[in-house]
Design a protein around this ligand. Structure first.
Ligand SMILES: NC(=O)c1ccc[n+]([C@@H]2O[C@H](COP(=O)([O-])OP(=O)(O)OC[C@H]3O[C@@H](n4cnc5c(N)ncnc54)[C@H](O)[C@@H]3O)[C@@H](O)[C@H]2O)c1
Ligand SMILES: O=C(O)C(=O)C[C@@H](O)[C@H](O)[C@H](O)COP(=O)(O)O
Ligand SMILES: [Zn+2]
Length: 363
């Protein structure tokens, strides 16, 4: 018998901002009820690597009486491209998708981001349901309604806030995920631990190896706790006018590293370095104690995640960081900690502080 899934509710100021995130196993039969009465056509967007899963979802929907089509898109960050969105818009147009039809995303965070963007923009907004298949997708990207694509100038520079109608985080999907993908996703879990839920940090520290076993109860608890952190934040501040910025902890440098590496680094790996940098920055300005700053490095290293980046790339990184969405004019703004579960914002008008901080983490 399959155990009942855990339900984590996201709420908002508008009815469309209310939805459930289900965490469990064997959740595919929960998709049809989420689509509702009015949906006739469904576009299933999946990466090449998940063709079999995409076909399974399409066939199940067709058996249930929907007109279901798939759009197979390039893998990982190559999928977060305007040409990929245009391809999906073409499929929607050629199949006469109306405002009462729907998009289903099957894949990691790259897929949920671009599929969410396609849904947000087709006819100015149709329903989207996320079936995340990576740890990172489950704990972060599929939840909260941030959608987007990259441009030549940087990460997620074009997008929209468009909440899903539901998220099915089926832990069975993690069974085929390469361990390095599981581990990079853990960077966002660690982020949630530092900004809001110290129990996450204790669980990882107690058994870093259990964290790499997708069948473990530890992974399930980490997934549920991280989603709970994100759900609480986005329920209060969907469009990032305040508290939601804390979910961006570590991301100012992370996105600059991804751009500098032309997206050959996984997002989670870059977030890992970004978290260490943000902790060092808070230590430098006297906001964070040594032990808590060091704890970032220790816990991320215990998972095998990177904690430093190339010294010779500073100027490219600074250029990238200037395009961070938290920046206001020439002012760079960073999420920092005053303590565990006490995030705040640090305004940095003078980049010499950033350079000095970078020297502490550069290799
Ligand atoms: N919108 C948000 O709030 C938000 C939050 C965090 C991250 N993101 C975005 O998410 C993206 C990163 O997501 P990601 O780490 O999931 O990477 P990803 O989507 O690129 O997937 C990583 C790799 O795993 C493969 N894969 C996916 N599921 C699999 C499975 N079950 N079995 C085997 N292989 C599988 C994919 O094909 C890909 O090669 C970044 O673009 C990041 O910016 C968005
Ligand atoms: O949901 C959010 O808000 C986040 O910041 C979560 C991040 O982990 C995620 O990578 C997000 O896509 C970054 O957003 P951006 O606004 O900096 O592009
Ligand atoms: Zn992220």
């Amino acid at each position: 018998m399959t155990a009942e899934p855990t339900t984590i509710r996201v709420t908002g100021s508008a009815p469309a901002e209310n939805y459930d995130v289900l965490v469990g196993r064997g959740l595919l039969d929960r998709l049809e009820p989420l689509l509702g009465e009015r949906v006739r056509r469904v576009l299933v967007i999946h990466p090449r690597a998940l063709r079999t899963t995409g076909d399974t979802v399409r066939e199940q929907l067709a058996d249930a009486g929907f007109t279901a089509v798939t759009a197979e898109i390039p893998d990982a960050e190559e999928g977060k491209h305007i040409q990929v969105a245009a391809f999906c818009w073409q499929v929607l147009g050629q199949n006469d998708f109306t405002r009462s039809d729907a998009v289903v995303a099957v894949g990691g965070g790259a897929v949920t981001d671009v599929a969410g963007f396609v849904a947000a923009t087709w006819l100015r907004g149709v329903k989207v349901i996320h079936l995340p298949t990576t740890l990172l997708g489950m704990v972060d990207a599929a939840v909260g309604g941030k959608t987007g694509i990259n441009t030549a100038e940087g990460k997620n520079l074009v997008g929209a806030f468009h909440p899903p109608a539901g998220v099915l985080a089926d832990l069975d999907a993690l069974g085929t995920l390469p361990v390095n993908e599981l581990v990079t996703g853990m960077a966002e879990v660690v982020k949630c631990g530092f900004i809001a839920d110290p129990r996450i940090l204790e669980l990882i520290e107690a058994n870093p190896e259990a964290v790499k076993d997708p069948a473990s109860e530890t992974v399930r608890e980490l997934v549920e706790r991280s989603i709970a952190v994100k759900a609480a934040v986005v329920s209060e501040d969907f469009k990032e006018s305040g508290r939601r910025e804390f979910l961006n902890y570590g991301h100012t440098l992370a996105h600059a590293i991804e751009l500098a590496e032309r997206y050959s680094w996984r997002h989670g790996a870059a977030v890992s370095v970004g978290l260490v940098f943000a902790a060092e920055l808070a230590r430098m300005v006297g906001r964070l104690d040594d032990a808590t700053a060091d704890r970032h490095r220790t816990i991320l290293e215990s998972l095998g995640l990177p904690v430093s980046y190339r010294r010779d790339r500073w100027s490219a990184l600074l250029d990238g960081m200037r395009r961070d969405k938290k920046a206001r004019g020439d002012l760079l703004r960073f999420v920092v900690l005053d303590d565990i579960a006490k995030p705040g914002i640090l305004d940095v008008p003078d980049t010499s502080l950033l350079f000095a901080t970078y020297q502490e983490i550069a290799s």
